[in-house]
Design a protein around this ligand. Structure first.
Ligand code: GN1
Ligand code: MG
Length: 378
């Protein structure tokens, strides 16, 4: 393909939108797809959007990208139907960016390498956060995730594709890690020691990492419709009111455990050091943030949560950072094939952060369990 900007312009031309005065620039912090903000000089009257988000779906990660588009259409039409029928929830808005069709009627465009591009609405006056800076934001986060699960509770997960094979199936990540062969990356002495720490932590938890998969296999936990990736910077907040307005990054919609979503959200929100602190040792799990998020989450979902759902929550809170640590570490050992990096060794650093978080959660495990029990008993 030619010059990348040219390419992006050619792609955008294939979508059924007015082409005049478009400005295109790289956008966002995603570790997988390539994202551009396409701004428009003149907005049509009544259009709530002031631009578009153009994304190339990473074909190395998603083997069947058309399924992503189909899932988005299924879930968005379900959500929009329910949101129209329901009176506003305490006056809180909830919006999902719409998808725009291409001129050929498909909701995607294929480039000459075979990769899929999609165009969605950019919601104006919104912000994302990498760390939570207030109790208000924590409550808003718990509320929007709970609302999403409540709204999709009656959407049969079997109507959705699994867009990523074995996504969040921790034992599958572990098998892949165990089966690694081939050249490992060059490491300094310090990095080699850090890698040894990662290996030791993974091996010490070989049995525990099965916990959610066992609960699925035994029928204790049902698969439901989930987001798959509700980390903090996949939540859009209104710039002015700071209300949570939308959940974005819908590539991983599909059948899964609500525990994956809840615990992934807590993983990213309750660690004030974020995913990339200077020192991995700075990662920690803040119980008060968890309390605020969980309280609002449960207000929205209490009507369908079972005793088993509550029983496995604390395990999930530990498992999701452990799993992401394992995924980052495996990717480091596989020379960074999956997660985008800015420098060599970055995925090792990211793994150390998540393992540190998982260790801190172990220390606080009985407090986490007590918190969940208190909320369940209310
Ligand atoms: C990836 O694309 P992005 O940055 O929203 C990853 C998530 C990880 C996250 C960690 C499809 O999400 O599972 O939790 O990085 N998404 C996929 O930052 O693997
Ligand atoms: Mg993503």
């Amino acid at each position: 393909m030619d010059d990348p900007v040219n390419t992006v312009e050619r792609i955008i031309d294939l979508f059924a939108i007015p082409a005049a005065g478009l400005q295109i620039r790289p956008f966002g912090q995603g570790l997988i797809n390539t994202t551009y903000l396409v701004s428009t000089a003149n907005r049509a009257a009544g259009d709530r959007s002031e631009g578009y988000i153009l994304q190339r779906i990473n074909p190395q990660v998603f083997p069947r990208p058309r399924q992503i588009i189909e899932n988005m259409q299924t879930v968005l039409s379900h959500l929009n139907r329910k949101l129209q029928a329901q009176p506003a929830n305490g006056g809180k808005k909830l919006l999902f960016p719409r998808l725009y069709p291409a001129r050929d009627g498909n909701y995607f465009v294929t480039d000459s390498s075979g990769a899929l591009w999609r165009l969605s609405e950019y919601l104006p006056d919104t912000v994302v956060f990498d760390t939570l800076d207030s109790p208000w934001l924590a409550r808003e986060t718990g509320c929007i995730l709970g609302r999403f699960h409540a709204l999709t509770h009656d959407l049969d997960p079997h109507r959705l594709h699994s867009t990523l094979p074995d996504f969040h199936v921790t034992p599958a990540y572990y098998r892949r890690y165990q089966a690694l062969s081939g050249a490992t990356p060059q490491m300094t002495d310090d990095q080699a020691k850090q890698a040894d720490h990662c290996r030791a932590y993974i091996n010490a938890n070989e049995r525990r990492l099965q916990v959610l998969q066992n609960a699925i296999d035994s029928g204790e936990l049902p698969l439901r419709t989930i987001h798959g990736d509700p980390k903090l910077n996949n939540i859009l907040f209104d710039k002015h009111s700071r209300q949570a307005l939308s959940l974005i990054d819908l590539d991983t919609l599909g059948p899964g455990l609500i525990h994956y979503d809840l615990a992934d959200c807590l993983r990213s929100c309750c660690n004030p050091a974020g995913e990339s602190p200077q020192q991995p040792g700075a990662a920690r799990f803040d119980l008060e943030t968890m309390r605020l998020i969980l309280e609002e989450y449960i207000k929205q979902t209490r009507h369908f949560l079972s005793a088993e759902d509550y029983r496995y929550m604390a395990d999930a809170v530990w498992l999701l950072p452990f799993e992401l640590g394992l995924r980052f570490f495996t990717d480091h050992l596989e020379n960074d094939r999956y997660f985008k990096t800015d420098h060599p060794g970055q995925n090792l650093q990211r793994a150390l952060v998540q393992f540190q978080l998982a260790r801190d959660i172990e220390q606080k495990f009985s407090q986490i369990q007590a918190l969940i029990s208190t909320m369940q008993a209310r």
